[in-house]
Design a protein around this ligand. Structure first.
Ligand SMILES: [Cu+2]
Length: 287
């Protein structure tokens, strides 16, 4: 069953003049009504297939099965839209409804019963993204980019099977409060392990840097200072889903070679500035 609500949410972040970063994490615009989950039954599984469509311009609609077996889960995300979309998972506890969760995710502080739960980062139109991660039992919903309107999909994760090891990854990105540690990044389609060793939720947002641009330029531009040309390309940026501290996932990431600004636009659960402003900006080179 899909969430059916007329609720507005977050908030594209104004950045480089003339463009908008809608990297906003956990922020959804929900509007419209109708529809339901694609029928798939209550079958136990360790693959969670999520899809998104665009019923009309600027609106998204997510689909997920009613339930999936927990433990180590492969999340497959099919983007049937014409824009890039992500599949951000949220876990909803304490008997709260998805509608309450979507509303709570708009602002800060986030209540304890609402947690970011990984998923698949932004995926190209007609593309498929994959992530492998552990999913504890509970009630979840999946949504995507901010600044859009549409319908999220909800699903339940049941008790898991035997513990299994996550797949190997050729690169690692580790976040802490507030910084990055990166190793093994290479161009082309790769698996990376994204681990959040901090206490706050984080993401890894890769923004290609233009020739001659510095990290100081990137910070300045993202703080609202006009720069022509912009020091980073938003169109070619890539991002992982957001996960809470103490969690990790293995996900596909396809980067071109070159210099990137590695950024986090998430805020603390209690609120405050985006993490970029707390030091989560690093320059990394993909070879
Ligand atoms: Cu962060």
């Amino acid at each position: 069953m899909l969430l059916c609500a007329k609720e507005a949410m977050v908030i594209p972040r104004p950045c480089l003049r003339g463009c908008t970063i809608s990297v906003l994490i956990g922020t959804l615009l929900i509007s419209g009504c109708g529809g339901g989950d694609r029928p798939s039954g209550e079958s136990a599984r360790t693959r969670l297939t999520i899809s998104v469509t665009e019923p009309s311009r600027g609106k998204f609609r997510y689909f997920a099965p009613k339930s999936v077996r927990g433990g180590l889960v492969e999340i497959v995300f099919d983007n049937a839209g014409e824009m890039r979309h992500k599949a951000q998972l949220w876990r909803v506890g304490g008997g709260h409804t998805v509608a309450e969760a979507v509303k709570a995710a708009r602002g800060r502080p986030w209540p304890e019963w609402l947690v970011t739960a990984g998923g698949v980062g932004d995926t190209r139109p007609d593309g498929r993204g994959r992530t492998v991660q552990r999913l504890p039992p509970g009630r979840y919903y999946v949504g995507g980019h901010l600044g859009e309107r549409g319908m999220v999909a909800r699903f339940r994760v049941t008790a898991g099977g035997r513990p299994r090891k996550p797949p190997a990854a050729s690169a690692r990105v580790m976040t802490r409060d507030y910084g990055f540690r990166v190793s093994g990044l290479r161009a082309g389609p790769r698996r990376i392990k994204f681990r959040n060793a901090g206490r706050q939720p984080h993401q890894a947002y890769f923004a290609p840097m233009r020739r001659g641009a510095t990290l100081a330029d990137v910070r300045a531009a993202l703080s609202g200072i006009r720069m022509e040309p912009p020091p980073i390309s938003l169109k070619r940026s890539r991002q992982t889903a957001v996960i809470e501290g103490g969690n990790e996932l293995v996900t596909g990431l396809d980067l071109d070679s070159g210099r990137y600004a590695l950024l986090c636009f998430v805020r603390d659960r209690a609120g405050g500035p985006i993490h970029l402003e707390k030091g989560m900006a690093a320059e990394v080179t993909v070879r």
